[in-house]
Design a protein around this ligand. Structure first.
Ligand SMILES: Cc1cc2nc3c(=O)[nH]c(=O)nc-3n(C[C@H](O)[C@H](O)[C@H](O)COP(=O)(O)O)c2cc1C
Length: 400
């Protein structure tokens, strides 16, 4: 067991679940989107546990630039779980040692079904190698103090018939429990299934939950607090996670707005204030995309398309001021804890030729480009001339 520095005391994630009134409200890991500023927004609206976007262990372990670009934190960024895509125990444990001072736990992505990830041996490709997943968890447990949460986010295992798929998923989940994971997250679909409501296997999630002693977070198609409560009732899971639903309405878990079917205006105001306090830490595209996702329902068609094409923060602020009488509050900049100066001098990752090559490689997602989800969102708004109500959920296919 190594001695590690801590920037703040770690949350006991296990007792977070046991202390939850009914179920823990969880914000999903979302590439490009579940960053510090969005985590702040959803926590102000009922989220009790938030994940970072998936980071690639290989890049984080070997590039200070990647570390500074992909992860930011502040003392109020808690409780938080950092998610990584890794191929083996060495990569994952190295990332855990680097990020340990700033987060409450580390999560292994075993759910990403995208072909680039599978080719690299990441994401749901790991579900084909249960021995590697077990080894990763055991290595973390041997290396880091037990107050640090270790978890795995997975899908149902791919088999031709549902019964075998559920059985094999239960088998792996129980093995991971035995290896020492703090909790598991299950997205109730096979790797080959698209994110449609009909493909979500709620019964399988309930069966997996019944087979475990550790907390299970269930995930899939939670678009409202009512959906979250229903999924909890159907599965009795200790936690319910939302991704696309929170993009469309970051106040989804806020019981003050339980009956709202779109983002409350107060939540947009909170986003403007968080963005104001963030200054240059929050990239324009992230600021803008979140507003498009959360506020497009509120916009008339004639305003949505020009809004999505705006190119600077000042243009967006002028637009919201003119059309919606919305602007950052006067004291916004001083209302949040300052950004932590995240340093990683406490640990020097081992360097290998493969890792050095990875450092030189372009990042998988370029902040200056729109990305698949926002591009599809924009296109949909251009082509869909007949329906007045656009649903954000329709724009997302597989995991990014
Ligand atoms: C924009 C976007 C980015 C995502 N990025 C990640 C990620 O980084 N890691 C991960 O495990 N899943 C990721 N996912 C998958 C979600 O966490 C979630 O499992 C999936 O969207 C199903 O939940 P939902 O129906 O609530 O959207 C992403 C999904 C979306 C829409």
């Amino acid at each position: 067991m190594v001695d590690m520095p801590q920037h703040r005391p770690h949350h006991d994630i296990g007792s977070l679940f046991s202390g939850a009134k009914d179920f823990l409200r969880v914000c999903a890991p979302m590439v490009r989107y579940s960053k510090l500023e969005f985590r702040r927004l959803v926590r102000q609206n009922g989220v009790q546990l938030a994940f970072t976007p998936m980071m690639i262990s290989e890049s984080i372990n070997n590039s200070e630039m990647a570390r500074q670009k992909e992860f930011s934190s502040a003392v109020d960024d808690e409780p938080v779980i950092a998610q990584f895509a890794a191929r083996d125990a060495t990569e994952f444990v190295t990332s855990a040692q680097l990020i340990y001072p700033y987060v409450d736990g580390i999560d292994l992505n075993c759910g990403c079904p995208q072909s680039w990830a599978k080719k690299e041996g990441f994401g749901c490709e790991l579900l084909n190698h249960p021995e590697t997943v077990r080894d990763i968890v055991q290595c973390i447990r041997r290396t880091l103090p037990t107050d640090f949460s270790v978890s795995v986010k997975m899908r149902l295992l791919q088999y031709n018939d549902t019964a075998t798929s559920v059985l094999k998923t239960i088998e792996l989940a129980q093995q991971l429990e035995h290896c020492g994971v703090t909790f598991l997250t299950l997205h109730g679909r096979l790797p080959t299934q698209k994110n449609h409501r009909e493909t979500l296997n709620v019964e399988a999630m309930a069966d997996v939950r019944k087979s475990l002693q550790i907390p299970l977070i269930v995930n899939g198609c939670v678009d409202s607090l009512k959906d979250a409560r229903e999924l909890h009732e159907q599965t009795q899971a200790a936690g319910v996670m939302a991704a696309r639903g929170l993009l469309a309405n970051p106040a989804l878990f806020n019981s003050d707005y339980a009956l709202a079917n779109s983002t409350p205006r107060a939540c947009v105001q909170q986003w403007l204030d968080i963005a104001e306090a963030a200054g240059d830490h929050l990239k324009f595209s992230c600021f803008h995309h979140h507003l498009s996702f959360m506020w497009s329902d509120e916009m008339k068609r004639s305003l949505r398309i020009p809004f999505n094409s705006l190119g600077s923060k000042s243009e967006v602020l002028a637009f919201l001021d003119e059309h919606y009488d919305l602007r950052p509050s006067e004291n916004a900049a001083s209302s949040f804890a300052p950004y932590t100066n995240c340093t990683y001098n406490h640990f020097t990752p081992p360097r290998h030729a493969r890792h050095i090559a990875a450092e030189a490689r372009k990042s998988e997602w370029d902040e200056n480009q729109d990305g698949k989800f926002f591009s599809e969102f924009k296109t949909q708004q251009l082509v869909d001339n007949n329906s007045e109500d656009l649903e954000l959920g329709d724009f997302f296919g597989d995991d990014e």
